[in-house]
Write a protein that binds this ligand. Structure first.
Ligand code: NZQ
Ligand code: ZN
Length: 383
């Protein structure tokens, strides 16, 4: 196991009607900006629950944060934070609203030239407006992690800072019942791939992390299709929601090598073609498993045996079956598994490669050995 420091102080309020808890968690003298997206919270009762909980507080709102939150929109919120002297941000929505609010929090206190540098030049985030969230879409883990992904035009970049980790996160599985089938599926697959990016590398004898990861993968394989087949089942939603948080809250990634190449290539596909985040991952991950098969051999066999219970055949046959089963699972979740499923052809390979090089993504993977040539191989395998 590698050395690590683990610290995740986000307080989780999990379960039905937990939104009411925010009343006593946000300081009474705070000037709050409630941020949200395109309005789903206005039709599923979440806005009303938040308003009720905040009735004794001083708050205003900022709406219109898009899926894949756009820099220009977020900078409008930064202006509001400054002019209204906001002291606390409450994000109410999915990963995009939470990520966008993390950026607003950091940008409002940024003292460098331009807040875009936080993303484009990894400018240090020294401070941020305190923030918390009410999560409405289980997927990203953003509700208790330090990451944020922001888009400017066709460029999608991430930053990380402990200053933007939510102080608390409300996770009420009931509010996920209004999600479309597509968003439910996206969430399950995103959480699955987060787990894989921290698990499917090379063995370092990290038994706790490995077995936690395998448990999360098995839960998502089991509960994901149920969330589509029986969409009113709150037990299923609860298990999906907690799995997604645990998949990217730092726990399973502590002390192990990490990959993230699927995400980096996927971000370029979203930036260029507007594809949903999870759909890009379902296309790229199987191709990474095929192309990086030798580097990942030990973990691929472990994955095949422990997650899919595949023991018959040679090592290579077992690996092939595990990759095939992963694709079958993604398809059962309504995902594309090839670029051609999204009507993309060989021209997209060149476009994505050019963007990866532009963004310095030329040494990806757990060994840093995914050069542009290897990424080309991945993209061509995914055609
Ligand atoms: O905008 P509204 O009206 O709220 O609608 C949203 C949006 O259209 C809707 N939605 C959310 N909760 C709902 C709901 N509709 C009905 N009922 C509800 N309860 O769902 C749509 C998609 O929302 P979005 O927030 O974009 O989805 P998701 O949570 O999948 O977030 C995706 C973003 O997170 C980033 C992705 O790159 C992408 O930009 N990621 C962030 C990560 C992190 N911070 O650690 C890691 C991830 O790998 C990922 O990259
Ligand atoms: Zn993701």
């Amino acid at each position: 196991m590698l050395n690590f420091t683990f610290h995740n102080p986000t307080q989780i309020f999990f379960g039905e009607d937990q939104i009411a808890a925010i009343a006593k968690e946000i300081p009474a003298d705070a000037k709050i900006l409630v941020t949200y997206g395109g309005g789903s919270i206005k039709t599923n009762g979440v806005y009303e629950q938040v308003s009720n909980a905040l009735k004794e507080h001083n708050w205003i709102e900022f709406s219109g944060i898009e899926p894949n939150p756009q820099y220009d929109t977020l900078m409008k919120a930064v202006e509001v934070v400054k002019t209204e002297q906001i002291t606390y941000l409450l994000a109410v929505g999915g990963g995009s609203v939470v990520d966008g609010t993390k950026f607003i929090a950091a940008a409002a206190r940024f003292e460098g030239d331009e807040p875009w540098d936080i993303l484009a030049k990894h400018a240090q985030v020294e401070d941020a407006v305190p923030l918390s969230c009410v999560l409405t879409l289980p997927a990203t883990g953003s509700e208790s992690n330090i990451g944020s992904v922001v888009t400017r035009g066709t460029t999608k970049l991430a930053f990380m800072s402990p200053h933007v980790r939510p102080i608390f996160a409300v996770l009420d599985p009931k509010v996920t019942l209004s999600l479309s089938e597509r968003q439910v599926a996206n969430g399950v697959v995103d959480a699955f791939v987060h787990t894989m990016e921290q698990y499917l590398t090379f063995p370092v004898n990290a038994k706790v992390q490995d077995r936690f990861s395998e448990g999360l993968l098995m839960n998502l394989i089991e509960e994901g299709p149920k969330a589509l087949a029986t969409p009113d089942d709150l037990d299923v939603r609860s298990n999906v929601m907690w799995s997604a948080t645990m998949a990217l809250n730092g726990l399973i990634g502590a002390g192990v090598p990490q990959d993230w190449s699927t995400h980096m290539i996927g971000h370029e596909l979203t930036g260029q073609y507007g594809m949903d985040h999870a759909r890009t991952l379902a296309i790229i991950l199987p191709a990474v498993m095929k192309v990086q098969r030798e580097q990942k051999r030990g973990k691929l066999i472990q994955y095949a045996q422990r997650v899919w219970h595949l023991f018959d055949g040679t090592e290579d046959e077992v690996i092939d079956q595990a990759i095939a089963k992963t694709e079958v699972f993604f398809k059962a979740m309504g995902m594309p598994v090839r670029l051609s499923d999204e009507d993309l052809d060989a021209a997209s390979v060149e476009t994505v490669l050019a963007q990866l090089e532009l963004h310095g993504m030329t040494a990806l993977g757990e060994h840093g050995d995914m050069t542009p040539e290897v990424s080309r191989n991945v993209l061509e395998t995914a055609l």
